[in-house]
Each structure stands twice: as C-alpha cells, then as structure tokens.
Design a protein around this ligand. Structure first.
Ligand code: SF4
Length: 159
C-alpha cells in the first residue's frame, strides 16, 4: 500500500504564504516526483494558517516563548493551533502517513524555525502543525530533506 502524503499548499504553488506568494521554488527540483504522487492521488494539500482562519496576506509571525506572535506584536496562537488541529484532522481522515512541509514556518517548519526575534535567526524546533502531526505519528520532512523523505517512503510503501 502506498501511504498518503500531506503537502504544504504553498509548496504546490498556491499563493497562501503570509506575503501572498507561493513556495514552489523550494521544490522545483522535485517537481516530477511530486507530480507523480499527485497523479497517484497520494497528495493531501493543506495550508494550516489559512485553515486556522488567517487571511492572506497576513503579518509575518514567529514563535516566541511558546506563543505565535506577529511582527506587530499581535498574538496569533489561537489561529495557529486551530489550523494545526484542522490539518491533523484532515490528515487522519485521508490516512496520511508522512508530510512534506515548507521549512522554517512557525506552522510547517519540521527541522528548525525562526527564533522569534524577526532577525532571520534560526533555532531548533518545529512549527505548531509539524509538531502536532509528529506527536500523532505522522513523520514530517522539509524540502531540504527530500531524499530522506523518498528513502522513508521506500521503507514504508508496500507494493
Ligand atoms: Fe505554506 Fe504552511 Fe505557511 Fe501555509 S502555513 S503558507 S502551507 S508554510
């Protein structure tokens, strides 16, 4: 059986980033493989922040002391956590086993996030959606880990 893959909507070219742009350039080198998964109907596409009710564009936000705070100082924790829960529910409804998420995002970052200082400084940790998915057994990868994702699928897919 080939497990379903949750993918960040911005990686699929949807202009849902905080600044109204997409993130598909991050996976440009892997387009053929992603298209193949899409043709196999393995992809579940989601943007946690818009699922949480935030508009696009929206202020940039980062995680600071466990809260998700915008550059202007507004607290978006409620919307981010709601988006994470809705994304988890969607993933579970579609039997998702693994996720390919946009890196560094306070929602989708799976292997490092910005440190809350809005100075482009990275720190260890995960975005709130990546963390919630991981807690529920859905393995999360970011585009720089694409090879590791493919290896993981080779280990877990059955013919
Ligand atoms: Fe992309 Fe995730 Fe941010 Fe939505 S929440 S724009 S899917 S990185």
């Amino acid at each position: 059986m080939k497990g379903r893959i949750l993918i960040s909507a911005c990686l699929m070219g949807q202009p849902v980033r905080y600044d109204g742009r997409a993130n598909d350039s991050k996976v440009a080198a892997f387009q053929q493989q992603i298209l193949h998964w899409q043709q196999q109907q393995r992809l579940v596409i989601a943007c946690p922040e818009t699922l949480g009710g935030l508009p696009t564009p929206r202020p940039a936000a980062e995680i600071r002391d466990g809260r998700i705070i915008s550059r202007d100082g507004d607290d978006f924790s409620r919307q981010f956590h709601l988006g994470a829960e809705k994304t988890l529910r969607l993933a579970q409804q579609h039997d998702v086993v693994v996720a390919l998420l946009a890196d560094r995002s306070p929602s989708c970052g799976a292997n490092g996030i910005y440190d809350g200082s809005f100075s482009a400084t990275l720190t260890t940790g995960m975005g709130v959606t990546a963390a919630l998915l991981s807690q529920h057994g859905i393995r999360c990868f970011n585009p720089p880990q694409f090879d590791a994702l493919q290896h993981w699928l080779q280990q877990h897919d059955t013919p």
